[in-house]
Design a protein around this ligand. Structure first.
Ligand SMILES: [Zn+2]
Length: 298
């Protein structure tokens, strides 16, 4: 190997290492600022726990330039008897539903349990940061768009505007946007769904105190904690419609009972346990054994 080539390789390795160090320093700072701001705004968010987890910003930012952060947790290595289920958990699509963000952070404390580590998680606790940090917090993003009416469902072009005008009387809290996926926050979550390919989406809202479900199969959970199943139907541009009807990914929508007051600790835990029990019962599939169907029957 010539000297010049050797120098070029060493230089390249150094530059790469420096870029990685810089990258992680920038990421660390961004994460620290994001967690600190959240801890100040939401008293039930533990900023230190948040900072200890490898949340990463996507390439897209909110309309006001805030990072859109998510945490991916791969299943624990080991001889899992079953294929890990891919779970996308999202909170804070509506910025004024404070508990929908806080509870996702509270559930992060359970991620290290064996039941949770058997699965693969993609967790986006705050899809609409501009809505949360507005004073007062607001449902829509800073373009005044209801993100949960902005997903690219096949009926969007025909029905979203009409629904907003006729059925909601142009309610500004439910404006679906000028076009489907016009908002960076919606694009970010849609791209995450495309890339992560979840087996189930869990979307947290408040304050209707029920459990909603969209998807042809499997059968829905009948209750999570104190929340009973009460399907609300779908709307043009909603995540339930996009995931559950269009993409054929079951969508559990948790509507907590109060947007400002958290459920009690035991209730938070019960909802989490019920959710994992349903996932284990309905979505876990054995790994492919390599045997022929005939051999399996014997
Ligand atoms: Zn909501």
């Amino acid at each position: 190997m010539g000297l010049r080539r050797l120098i070029a390789i060493v230089l390249c390795l150094c530059v790469t290492a420096t870029a990685e160090t810089l990258d992680s320093a920038v990421e660390k700072k961004q994460r620290a600022e994001w967690c600190e701001a959240l801890g100040k705004r939401l008293k039930s968010v533990d900023a230190r726990l948040c900072q200890s987890l490898p949340f990463r910003a996507g390439t897209l930012r909110s309309v006001q330039g805030r990072p859109l952060m998510a945490l991916e947790v791969a299943p624990a290595a080991g001889k899992n008897a079953a294929r890990p289920v891919r779970i996308l958990l999202a909170g804070g699509l509506h910025g004024d539903e404070l508990t929908s963000i806080s509870i996702v952070f509270c559930w992060l404390a359970f991620l290290e349990t064996p039941a949770a580590r058997a699965h693969h998680w993609y967790i986006a606790p705050l899809v609409n940061p501009d809505g949360l940090f507005a004073r007062p917090s607001r449902r829509t993003n800073s373009n005044g768009v209801d993100l949960n009416r902005n997903f690219p469902t096949p009926d969007w072009a025909d029905k979203a505007q009409d629904y907003w005008q006729r059925r909601t009387q142009k309610d500004p809290r439910r404006f679906p946007g000028k076009t489907a996926m016009s908002e960076p926050e919606t694009r970010w979550l849609t791209e995450a769904i495309e890339a992560f390919k979840p087996d189930v989406i869990v979307s947290v809202h408040a304050p209707y105190g029920i459990l909603d479900y969209d998807g042809a199969s499997p059968p829905p959970p009948r209750r999570l904690g104190l929340l009973n199943l009460k399907p609300l139907g779908v709307y043009p541009g909603s995540l339930g419609n996009y995931g559950g009807v269009f993409k054929d990914i079951p969508v559990i929508t948790i509507e907590l009972a109060n947007a400002g007051t958290m459920p009690r600790k035991e209730e938070q835990h019960q909802m989490w346990n019920d959710m994992l029990d349903w996932i284990d019962a309905r979505l876990v599939q054995p790994r492919h054994t390599g045997k022929s169907p005939g051999a399996q029957r014997n």
